[in-house]
Design a protein around this ligand. Structure first.
Ligand SMILES: Cc1cc2nc3c(=O)[nH]c(=O)nc-3n(C[C@H](O)[C@H](O)[C@H](O)COP(=O)(O)OP(=O)(O)OC[C@H]3O[C@@H](n4cnc5c(N)ncnc54)[C@H](O)[C@@H]3O)c2cc1C
Length: 476
């Protein structure tokens, strides 16, 4: 099977190199090596595609897709390269990199249209002088492609819901070689499906999104020591923040982490990432978090770009990393139990003996009502209750530690999921952008949503190219 695949990819590389001589990069060339270094999880850079193809517009992307479809050649798609799942944004066959699809422009006054090769920082650099913002990634280097196609959690999630809800138009290259536009008016079913349905329909070459005027907002990171009592207060504040009437301008991401050299007291640390969509210092809606004693406080009035630039740790292409995730109905005592058990298990696992510089982190995305319901393909239904998405994240350097890190993460994730299931709070859907291979992403959506997604895929990709030839979270 492998021989057949490599023979197919060899033939396709030669065909593509003849058709598009300037877009096909082969191993060893400086541009190939530069492209192949752009993975948040360095394990993905070790996969080394037989060629990296870098189309410069939608039609070229579609023609490349047609060749790959006709020759039944496996290929992967990569935008920013921030999805850590091994082999989901690269392939030993062919990698299509959206690097050159990097235009950004304002259209019709208040919309921004940008190519799929952009990272959020470039979009914010462009919008800042206009005093405009979009619901995008909270860290500068995250790619626009994977982020928006699987949903996207921005500083404005409480008001907008998944960031993809603000996309008004997708430009899509299909496996047939055609380029189509998907919006409310044209190809409406594809438009719906792309809002959360991932890589399963085509390669999105450009996104057009609504912007809003917000020259400055409030936000930043407050760092606190994660002793049990503090953790209890953090989780109560997080729970209160998604119940009942919420202030939709308020944002919180609760990050906890343990790095042995930094956490010598034995307690993990919290990085409480707070934001408020207005020039309001210490907003009342975030009082519960502001009352927690901070050892460092980076909150201030700032632009969206400045807040996205805050994340300087753990964003580079220099380390290895993994995600696992699960969701549950919010309950502060259960969250405290999960937190305590997670760090106990991580410390006992031997992961820090394997790589003394490793980090174990546990993050929560409070999926309030606008995220749990809404119009996207990953809405859980109009009446769906708010929930918490919990993300396990490890980061390490040594390549030889990768196997152990994945085994430890799998074992911990299984124990924590069981704990949540036993408590009766488990929600089967997991947000793909924070998930691992074994986590239930599309499987956890309502049956009628899954059927509708499969129907859209069958209509726009009748040969099943994006199911069979492209790695990533498939439809089920
Ligand atoms: C440091 C860090 C910070 C993060 N911050 C946030 C955050 O604030 N909010 C949040 O919601 N998530 C966040 N994430 C998760 C992030 O959204 C996902 O990793 C997301 O997939 C990254 O998008 P990308 O384009 O960089 O991904 P890639 O790794 O390039 O792609 C991810 C997946 O999408 C597919 N894909 C990418 N582009 C296209 C395209 N144009 N057409 C079709 N398929 C495509 C790929 O094939 C792959 O399967 C963060 C992750 C990290 C590591």
């Amino acid at each position: 099977m492998e021989d057949i695949n490599s023979a197919q990819s060899g033939t396709a590389v030669e065909t593509l190199a003849q058709q598009f001589p300037n877009t096909v990069l082969k191993p060893g060339s400086p541009r190939y090596e530069e492209e192949n270094s752009r993975f948040w999880n360095r394990d993905n850079a070790d996969i080394r595609p037989s060629a990296i193809v870098t189309p410069s517009d939608a039609q070229e992307t579609a023609s490349i897709l047609k060749t790959l479809s006709d020759t039944k050649t496996d290929f992967a798609i990569r935008s920013g390269g921030y999805m850590p799942v091994p082999g989901y944004n690269t392939s030993s066959s062919i990698l299509i990199s959206t690097t050159h699809l990097n235009s950004i422009e304002l259209v019709q006054g208040n919309l921004v249209r940008f190519g799929a090769g952009n990272q959020w920082g470039s979009v914010y650099d462009f919008l800042e002088p206009h005093g405009l913002v979009v619901p995008g990634g909270r860290s500068r280097p995250v790619g626009v492609g994977g982020f928006l196609l699987y949903g996207g959690v921005s500083h404005f999630y409480a008001e907008v819901g998944w960031a993809c809800e603000a996309v008004v138009e997708f430009e899509v290259a299909l496996a047939s070689g055609d380029v189509v536009v998907a919006s409310e008016k044209e190809n409406g079913e594809l438009y719906w499906a792309l809002k959360g349905g991932g890589k399963n329909f085509g390669i999105v070459t450009a996104f057009t999104m609504k912007t809003r005027g917000l020259p400055k907002m409030w936000g930043g990171v407050r760092v606190a020591v994660g002793a049990r009592e503090t953790a209890g207060k953090v989780f109560e504040a997080m729970h209160d923040g998604i119940q009942g009437d919420v202030d939709e301008k308020a944002h919180v991401e609760v990050i906890s982490f343990f790095v042995p050299q930094m956490c010598q007291s034995g307690d993990p640390m919290f990085a409480l990432c707070l934001a408020y969509a207005g020039e309001v210092e210490r907003p009342e809606a975030l009082r519960g978090f502001l009352d927690i004693e901070a050892v460092q406080d980076g909150t201030r009035i700032a632009t969206q770009r400045e807040l996205a630039d805050d994340d300087k740790q753990n964003i580079g292409y220099d380390k290895r990393g993994l995600f696992r995730a699960f969701s549950y109905r919010s309950n502060s005592q259960l969250t405290l139990d999960i937190y305590t058990e997670y760090y106990t298990l991580a410390k006992q696992s031997g992961m820090f003996d394997e790589d003394a510089g490793a980090m174990a982190a546990l993050l929560w995305l409070p999926a309030g009502r606008k995220l749990s319901s809404g119009t996207s393909a990953i809405s859980l239904g109009e009446e769906a209750e708010p929930y918490l998405s919990c993300n396990i994240c490890f980061r390490w350097e040594k390549p030889e530690a990768s196997k152990k890190m994945h085994a430890v993460a799998d074992a911990i994730a299984e124990k924590l999921k069981k704990k949540v299931q036993d408590s009766g709070a488990f929600i089967p859907f997991t947000y793909g952008n924070i998930a691992g291979v074994e986590d239930t992403t599309f499987e956890g959506l309502p049956g009628k949503t899954r059927k509708r997604l499969r129907e859209v895929a069958a209509r726009y990709d009748p040969q099943g190219v994006f199911q069979k030839q492209v790695p990533g979270f498939n439809l089920v």
